[in-house]
Write a protein that binds this ligand. Sequence first.
Ligand SMILES: [Zn+2]
Length: 368
Amino acid sequence: MAHYDVVPATDEGWAHPPFAAEVTGTGDERLLWGRGTLDNKGSGAALLEAAERAAASGYRPQHDLYLFFGHDEETTGSGAVAAVALLQQRGVQVGFVLDEGGAVVEKLFPTVARPIAVVGVSEKGTTSFTLTVEQQGGHASTPPRLTATARLARAIVRVTEHPFRARLNAVTERMIRTVGAHGRGPVKFVFTRAGLFRPLLVAIFARMSDETAAIVRTTVAVTQLDAGLAANALAERAQAVLNVRIAIGSTVDETRRHLERAVADPLVRVDVLSANDPAPVSRMDGDTWSLLAETVAAVYPTAIVTPYVQTGATDSRQFARVSSTVYRFSPFEMSAAERATLHAKNERMHVDTFFAGIRFFTALLPRL
Ligand SMILES: [Zn+2]
């Protein structure tokens, strides 16, 4: 699977135009610039390149093979919903689903020098809530003690000051043990004994970086605010949109109850705008896991392969209805600087990285 829609981009702030696919540099430093290189046209193009070459060479898969390319992953994901509905209608159960997701990354954990191939075996539930305050309007010269806007602001502060509980789930614990085994000193000692040092690790991850904090808890981001029609009139309605990524083991309902408790104000309504529970956790062992891990090793021989819980949503979550084995991995090496260009300016990929992606799918196909 891959998706060929992208998030919007204009020329502004880009060193090379987002839709020109310019290649710069020479040798190892050759770069391909463009919106979608990493997310996710790069995967789609690499997959098609490998599939076309395989077909031309007379390759016949042992099992039925479906190539799925979503056209609206970044918005509604209706393409994936329709594809899964069609598979269900045809009575198809899928043995192995592979979509975008984790990548080959570096410097994820201190003292671990080797690159790490992180394979998403689940993903957090992407859910949006609204906080709404409705109140009698009026002239701004005689405001009540707490206006709708101030009440909403207080609610937002309360949500921010009551973060969700941090904890280690089984997938994260497995990742810490797997990667920690390649670390040094105290990192190796503590990480390989993740079960024993659970409270310490939870505290470290919650503080180490925004990325690691998102791994151990449900996160909330206030993404949109809306209130008021005039500078001199009281807002009759004030609303905030909270984009929430629900940790595995929790649910939309539990998350809503937490938000209501944090807000602690009956005049602030908490509604679900769009709901998705976390995806089921796919197996981290067995034939299909080995098949993927061996393919990664064939292309990235020094990489440590580990499961993880993805923080972003993908089309693949729909496929949990037709498959118990859904993995999320983009076969590309991505530096922290490159990862920072996802959904941002100057998205780009090393040309060599793109070629490695083609080699990955070329190595994968004969195993299917
Ligand atoms: Zn994507």
